[in-house]
Write a protein that binds this ligand. Structure first.
Ligand code: A2P
Length: 378
């Protein structure tokens, strides 16, 4: 493994600062993300690589600052280190301090995979193979697929995805529910009996092929938000999908103190991923600790008896939500929000935030909140 802090910089090596998400790729898996390498201040990406080794070490606390170091070695000779800081009484957060996140790769590898070359190699679609399928209800299902290593996305983005029907791609926009450092893709979908795509897609089996566009896009990315205290993720139905990706991104926890994930559904059975969010994520080897301290998951239903009842917008307006989660009511000076759901939810949630003085952000300009519709066939 290449030494991390004092990696030798010789004529055949390029040294740059790495985004911590590299460290979240599991051993034996391949992965890549958009923002992980920066050479002399310029963001540069290089090809996906297989993680050979990952070590999570408790460090002797240097003046109480660095708590843990995660070191990762890749098959292309790269190495990355991520320091988890414990700052005073504040919850642990992921550190991007440049001196602690250094990657050394060979310039040959980096040049062969420069963005310039990507442009030439890219075609419009990748064929992916279904790895698993889960049916949540008669109307909702999710599935995972392989991920072509060159496919890049930012957490929260969507991509065109669908089936090859008689030689023609039949596609819809789908948010990617997996994180951009994982080696598979995950999608969360409704089933529309007469829907041209989902009536077919719901019958997917392991081993079947789906078509995935090579270009991801979307407004629900944390870079479109101004810095803030707490982040409110407002999702209804399959509008949860982009937030599943965002809550696995270590940068989210670095940028915000608390992340409040609100999932509103009609029925309890539709609260997909509840088990994962409540039981599995807090036990995750790497994300568990930060998620346990910083992530607040608040599921609510409108048409079944449940501990949390009512529309998210109503729970916010009445203040009940903030009482339940013991946080100050959302306010534009401190808090940020993302909205994803039906057109009605988008309209009402947006009006509520505008009313409170929030400004909408988009690609060009960061704002206090961003909105995207949950893509669905109706
Ligand atoms: P409700 O049952 O009161 O309509 P849908 O399946 O229609 O997309 O709804 C998913 C969840 O979002 C439901 O709990 C629904 O509540 C809620 N919802 C629908 N419209 C709005 C809205 N305009 N504002 C807040 N929540 C909404």
């Amino acid at each position: 493994m290449v030494a991390v802090h004092d990696a030798p910089v010789s004529f055949d090596k390029v040294r740059g600062a790495a985004c911590p998400v590299m460290c979240f790729i599991r051993p034996g898996e391949a992965g890549a993300c958009d923002r992980y390498f920066d050479v002399e201040g310029a963001a540069v990406r290089f090809d996906s690589h297989v993680v050979l080794e990952r070590r999570v070490e408790r460090l002797p606390s240097r003046s109480g600052i660095v708590d843990r170091l995660i070191a990762t070695a890749f098959d292309n000779g790269a190495a990355a280190a991520l320091a988890i800081h414990q700052r005073d009484a504040r919850p642990p957060s992921v550190c991007r301090a440049k001196p602690n996140c250094v990657v050394v790769i060979s310039p040959r590898h980096f040049a062969a995979n420069s963005p310039l070359n990507y442009g030439i190699q890219m075609s419009s679609f990748n064929q992916e193979r279904v790895l698993s399928v889960r049916h949540w209800t008669d109307n909702l299902f999710s599935f995972t697929t392989t991920r072509t290593p060159t496919f890049r996305f930012r957490n929260g983005e969507f991509v065109m995805m669908g089936l090859d029907v008689g030689g023609k791609p039949l596609l819809r926009a789908y948010s990617v529910a997996s994180a951009n450092y994982e080696d598979h893709l995950e999608f969360f979908s409704i089933k529309v009996p007469e829907g041209p795509l989902t009536s077919r897609l719901q019958h997917l089996n392991v081993g079947d092929e789906v078509v995935v566009g090579t270009k991801a896009t979307g407004t629900l990315v944390i870079d479109n938000l101004r810095a803030g205290r707490n982040l409110f993720l407002v999702g209804t139905g399959t509008g949860l999908a982009p937030f599943l990706s965002i809550i696995k991104d270590p940068e989210t926890y670095e940028k915000f103190e608390k992340i409040v994930l609100l999932h509103g559904c009609r029925r309890i059975s539709e609260l997909a991923y509840g088990e994962y969010l409540t039981h599995d994520l807090p036990k995750d080897e790497v994300l568990g600790e930060i998620a346990s301290t910083q992530l607040v998951y608040y599921p609510t239903v409108t048409r079944d008896p449940f501990r949390n009842r009512g529309r998210i917008t109503d729970l916010m307006t009445s203040g009940k939500l903030f009482e339940d989660i013991r946080l100050d009511p959302i306010d534009a000076a401190n808090d940020r929000a993302m909205i994803c759901g039906s057109p009605d939810l988008m309209r009402d949630a947006k009006a509520m935030l505008l009313d409170r003085g929030f400004e909408e952000g988009n690609h060009g300009e960061a704002g206090d909140f961003v909105v995207e519709k949950a893509f669905a066939e109706r």
